[in-house]
Design a protein around this ligand. Structure first.
Ligand code: SF4
Length: 468
């Protein structure tokens, strides 16, 4: 979903993970990595076994007492909770028979067992039993990330926040009243942070804000400095510099929350050149000019379609993701159908839709013509049915193509396959590329690395691909 104020988001309570860390400082570091990752993904921790959705026990296998303590702790966790993942040194110990595992011998009902330094394998097991809760655009956006700030995302991708607040006053939104007007971060700081992230191994940088295309408006596109050279606080300059840096590091830059303003036209050639990903996350919210006016949206409905067409002429690979609101106060059936037509004509690759629901303090609450809940819901469902058709047709076109895929998960070095994303898929919000086991025995997949893959099928919102 979008970082904008969308009316129907009711965050469900986050799943809780119990965690016991036994052993030496090295084991503790492993625990910190796993806990950091859990937090980054929106899981909470539970102080008790009983109050958790799942328990992770990081074990020690150094001396007999430590082995006993670890096995006893696993037993307690199983008795009180039932869902237990074991990691750490004891997890690597063989059992009595050939090819067996000590922990599995004693406690056959544990869900998964890994050795030490296995954050990704532990996370894979957690995801399998307690799905990820988090929406990175709401939960995780750090307030301000220093150059050496703690990164709470998986090691290979990171969010780069370029501004706070918003100068618009959309009638359904209360973000400006909570966070104030747009305040752009100095371009030098933003670029320094990006450099540090790339140098730390980030392979995909996700640029976020409330309105990325407005970057620098508040400081009149002031000229800042980076790397001893002048650079303007402007979306184009930011995208170009980030793109150059990403190229040096063999990484991706993905822009979120871009409004279809005229000046975005000049950013599209950077996508065609491959400097930044040809992916645009444009929160249209509606298409009918009258509804957009009532919403007080910054972009003009009639021109959006033309602009999208022009962008695709310059860069045919562009993928557009967007969010919409169905059943806004006063929306007529005709206005709604106009929106459905837009969705088809604009060939929106990924669309999310919320049934309008009022937010305390939003001016739209005072608008006449509030629609009954059933109508709003019914329109949302109709919207999603069309969106799915459009999206699947777009995905079908990729079958047979070879794409670059960033690997997000690959247990056992991908021998049984894995999960990744192409340029068309932002983490958490879009589909994925499900990777089949490679045909060549020598081919491995590693989390945070790219692989080329041939798309062989579409399944729901995901692609199925063969790594090559
Ligand atoms: S552009 Fe509109 S919806 Fe987005 S944050 Fe600003 S006021 Fe809210």
């Amino acid at each position: 979903m979008s970082s904008e104020q969308t009316p129907t988001v009711t965050p469900a309570s986050a799943p809780k993970i119990g965690f016991v860390s036994l052993g030496c400082p090295k084991a503790l570091t492993d625990s910190e990595l796993i806990l950091t990752q859990l937090r980054a993904e929106g899981y909470e921790t539970s102080k008790t076994f009983a109050g958790a959705d799942l328990v992770i026990v990081n074990t020690c296998g150094f001396i007999d007492d430590a082995v006993k303590e670890s096995l006893d702790t696993i037993g307690e966790a199983l008795a009180e909770n039932g869902k237990v993942i074991v990691t750490g040194c004891l997890g690597a110990k063989a059992g009595a028979g050939e090819g067996t595992n000590l922990v599995k011998d004693v406690h056959p009902s544990v869900l998964a067992v890994t050795g030490p330094h296995a954050t990704q394998e532990v996370m894979d097991a957690v995801h399998q039993h307690v799905p990820k809760p988090h929406d990175p655009f709401i939960d995780l956006v750090p307030e301000a990330r220093g150059v050496a700030g703690i990164k709470l995302t998986p090691k290979h991708y990171a969010y780069l926040k370029i501004s706070e607040g918003c100068n618009h006053r959309c009638s359904f939104c209360i973000i400006p009243s909570m966070r104030g007007d747009l305040v752009s971060r100095p371009i030098g700081d933003v670029l320094s942070e990006a450099k540090a992230l790339f140098e730390s191994g980030v392979k995909e940088l996700l640029v976020i804000s409330q309105d990325t295309s407005a970057y620098g408006v508040d400081v009149k596109y002031r000229t800042g400095f980076w790397d001893g050279k002048p650079v303007k606080t402007r979306m184009y300059d930011l995208a170009a510099r980030l793109g150059e840096m990403a190229r040096e590091h063999g990484a991706w830059v993905r822009m979120h929350y871009v409004y279809p303003y005229p000046h975005v036209d000049e950013v599209v050639p950077l996508m065609a050149e491959g400097l930044i990903l040809p992916y645009l996350d444009v929160p249209f919210q509606h298409a009918h000019p009258d509804v957009l006016k009532r919403m007080k949206r910054p972009a003009n409905g009639e021109k959006n379609l033309d602009r999208l067409r022009r962008w695709r002429e310059i860069c045919p690979e562009i993928v557009v993701r967007s969010t919409f609101i169905a059943g806004f106060p006063g929306e007529t059936e005709e206005e709604f159908e106009y929106l459905l037509d837009f969705l088809k004509e604009a060939e929106i690759d990924r669309a999310g839709c919320f049934a309008y629901s009022p937010i305390d303090g939003a001016p739209a609450n005072e608008l006449p013509g509030a629609l009954p809940d059933e109508v709003r819901e019914e329109r949302r469902a109709r919207f999603m049915a069309v969106a799915e058709e459009v999206s699947i047709a777009q995905l079908q076109r990729r079958v047979g193509a070879t794409m670059q895929v960033l690997v997000d998960s690959a247990p056992a070095l991908g021998r049984k396959g894995g999960v990744g994303r192409s340029y068309a898929d932002a983490p958490e919000i879009d589909g994925t590329v499900r990777l089949l086991p490679p045909e060549k025995a020598s081919k491995t997949l590693k989390v945070g690395e790219f692989t080329r893959a041939r798309i062989v099928a579409v399944e729901g919102h995901d692609l199925i691909a063969l790594p090559i």
